[in-house]
Ligand binder design. Structure first.
Ligand code: FAD
Length: 445
C-alpha cells in the first residue's frame, strides 16, 4: 500500500491536531480522520502576531478571518505598571470551531465525538469513539495524539515543573472594551480579559502545594477576595457581577520525554505544555505540530530513518520546552516583592540557572551533522551549531551556512574569504549577510 493511503487518525481538534491534519494533507496523505469533541468550558486566551503567522503558514484561512484585532494589555509586575503590549483575545470555543471549519473546507474527515479508548499494537491502533450517542470503532495505521493536557500519559516518562492550577471565573456586566491585564500578587498572578460584549474572564494562578485553597464551595468567594485586592482587576469588576461558575485548569509545565514511537506521535500540549504565564501556549503548539508531518512521513516511508525522525521530534520539543521554561523563570524572577513566598521561590529558579541566551563565541561555532526537515522528510545534513543554537542552523534566509563557516575556518583573510564565498555561488548581498552573521558570532577579519 502507498504510504499516502495509510489510515491516519488524529485525536483532538485544537490547534495542534488541526495543524498536523493540514500538514499531512499537503504531503499528499488522503486518509486522515480527526476525532474531537468541543472543550467542556469557556475560555479566552491571548495570542501574539507570531501565532497569526504560524496559523497562516499552516494553511488556515477561516480561522484567520475570524481573529479579532489586537487589544491593549495592561501589566502590573514587581509593583510597576505599563501598557507596552497588545494581544488578540480569542474565544477558544469559537476559535476551535473555526479550525474545524478550515479542515472541513479543505476536505479533512472530522468526526465530532469523544475518544473513549485506544488499543495500540505494533501494526496499528483501534480507537473507540462515541459520536452522537453511537459507538464507532476506527482502525488506524498511524495515531496522532493531540488531545492537549487531557491526553492520557500511560507509562510515558514526564518531566513536571511546580504543580500549578489556574482558577477561571466568569463575570458579566455592562459593555467594556476588549482588553487584558496581568498582575502579580503574593500567592500567584492574575490574567484578566474582557470580550468587548460584557463578559469578563478572570483567571488566578496558584501553586498547588502551598496555596491551601479552600473547599470547592468556597472557591469563588476566595478568588473574589484576591481579585478585590488587585488594581488591574478594578475595571473588570466595575459594573459586573460574578456568574458563580468556576473552572479549574491544570497549568503545570509538563514535558513528555518519549513523544513518538514507530507508529504514533504526540504533538502540542500532549507532547509538552508550558506555563501559561509566557502566553506562548498556542505558539509552541503550532511549532511542534508544523514539524510533525515530516516526522510522520519519515516514519511511514523510510523506516530505516525512524530513529532519526523520533530523535529529531524529541530534541525539538525538549528545546522548545526549556526555552519557554527559562522565559517563564526570568519573568518570575523579575517579581521581587515576595521572595519568601513558595509560589515565587519555586518558579524563579526552575528549570535551571542556564541563561536564556548564551553569549556568542566564534570558537564554539561548529559544522556538524544534525537532523532537519527537507522536502517533507527528516534527514541528516551539515548545519552550523552555536552555543545558543545547539540544534543547528541550516540556512540563513535561504543561504546554507555550513559552507560559509567551513570557508571562514580555512581563511580569515577577508578578500580570500569573499572569493571563496563567490566561488560557492553566493551573490554580493548574500556575502554581506553571512559576513554580518559571522561578525555577530565574534568573527574578526
Ligand atoms: P488543546 O487546545 O487542548 O486541544 C485538544 C482538543 O482535544 C480539545 O478540543 C479537546 O476538547 C479535545 N479532546 C480532549 N480529550 C478528548 C477526547 N477524549 N475525545 C475527543 N476530543 C478530546 N495559550 C496561549 O497561546 N495564550 C493564552 O493566553 C493561554 N492561556 C492559557 C491559560 C491556561 C490556564 C492554560 C492551562 C493554558 C493556556 N494556554 C494559552 C495554552 C493553550 O491553551 C494550549 O497550549 C493549546 O490550546 C494547546 O493546543 P493543543 O491543540 O495541543 O490542545
Amino acid at each position: 500500500m502507498l504510504s499516502q493511503q495509510r489510515e491516519i487518525v488524529i485525536l483532538g481538534g485544537g490547534p495542534s491536531g488541526a495543524a498536523v491534519a493540514l500538514g499531512l494533507q499537503k504531503l499528499g496523505y488522503e486518509r486522515i480522520t480527526l476525532v474531537t469533541e468541543a472543550r467542556p468550558f469557556k475560555a479566552m486566551e491571548g495570542i501574539s502576531e507570531r501565532v497569526v503567522e504560524g496559523l497562516r503558514g499552516a494553511g488556515f484561512q477561516h480561522a484567520l478571518k475570524d481573529l479579532p484585532e489586537p487589544g491593549p494589555r495592561f501589566v502590573t509586575w514587581n509593583g510597576e505598571s505599563n501598557q507596552a503590549n497588545t494581544e488578540r483575545l480569542i474565544d477558544r470555543v469559537l476559535f476551535d470551531q473555526s479550525l474545524m471549519m478550515d479542515l472541513a473546507m479543505q476536505g479533512v474527515h472530522v468526526i465530532q465525538g469523544r475518544v473513549k479508548g485506544v488499543k495500540s499494537a505494533e501494526f496499528g491502533h483501534e480507537i473507540q469513539v462515541e459520536s452522537c450517542g453511537q459507538p464507532i470503532v476506527l482502525q488506524a495505521d498511524f495515531l496522532v495524539e493531540a488531545r492537549g493536557r487531557a491526553a492520557p500519559g500511560g507509562q510515558l516518562k514526564r518531566l513536571r515543573g511546580a504543580e500549578t492550577v489556574s482558577l477561571l471565573q466568569y463575570w458579566q456586566g455592562s459593555e467594556m472594551e476588549r482588553r487584558s491585564a496581568v498582575q502579580s500578587f503574593d500567592r500567584g498572578w492574575a490574567w484578566l480579559a474582557s470580550d468587548g460584549l460584557g463578559r469578563r474572564y478572570l483567571q488566578l494562578t496558584f501553586d498547588v502545594a502551598s496555596a491551601a485553597l479552600p473547599e470547592k464551595n468556597r472557591l469563588v468567594e476566595f478568588c473574589n477576595e484576591q481579585l478585590l485586592r488587585l488594581d488591574q482587576a478594578a475595571p473588570f469588576l466595575s459594573g459586573a457581577e460574578p456568574t458563580g461558575e468556576l473552572h479549574a485548569r491544570t497549568s503545570t509545565p509538563v514535558l513528555c520525554e518519549e513523544a513518538s514511537g514507530p507508529n504514533w506521535i504526540r504533538v502540542g500540549d500532549a507532547a509538552m505544555s508550558v506555563d501559561p504565564l509566557s502566553g506562548n501556549g498556542i505558539f509552541q503548539t503550532l511549532s511542534s505540530s508544523l514539524q510533525a508531518p515530516a516526522v510522520i512521513n519519515t516514519l511511514l516511508n523510510k523506516p530505516s530513518q525512524a530513529r532519526l525522525a523520533q530523535q529529531f521530534h524529541q530534541l525539538r520539543i525538549t528545546e522548545l520546552f526549556y526555552r519557554f521554561a527559562r522565559i517563564g523563570r526570568d519573568f518570575y524572577a523579575m517579581e521581587q516583592q515576595w521572595p519568601e513566598q513558595p509560589f515565587w521561590q519555586g518558579r524563579s529558579h526552575w528549570p535551571d540557572d542556564q541563561p536564556l541566551h548564551l553569549p556568542a563565541d566564534i570558537d564554539q561555532v561548529q559544522v556538524c551533522q544534525r537532523p532537519v526537515v527537507n522536502h517533507g522528510f527528516v534527514q541528516m545534513v551539515d548545519v552550523v551549531t552555536t552555543p545558543d543554537q545547539p540544534l543547528g542552523i541550516w540556512h540563513l534566509s535561504g543561504t546554507p551556512l555550513a559552507p560559509v563557516v567551513t570557508a571562514y575556518r580555512s581563511s580569515r583573510d577577508l578578500p580570500e574569504l569573499l572569493s571563496r564565498l563567490a566561488a560557492g555561488g553566493l551573490s554580493e548581498p548574500q556575502q554581506k549577510m553571512v559576513l554580518g552573521w559571522l561578525q555577530q558570532q565574534g568573527a574578526r577579519f
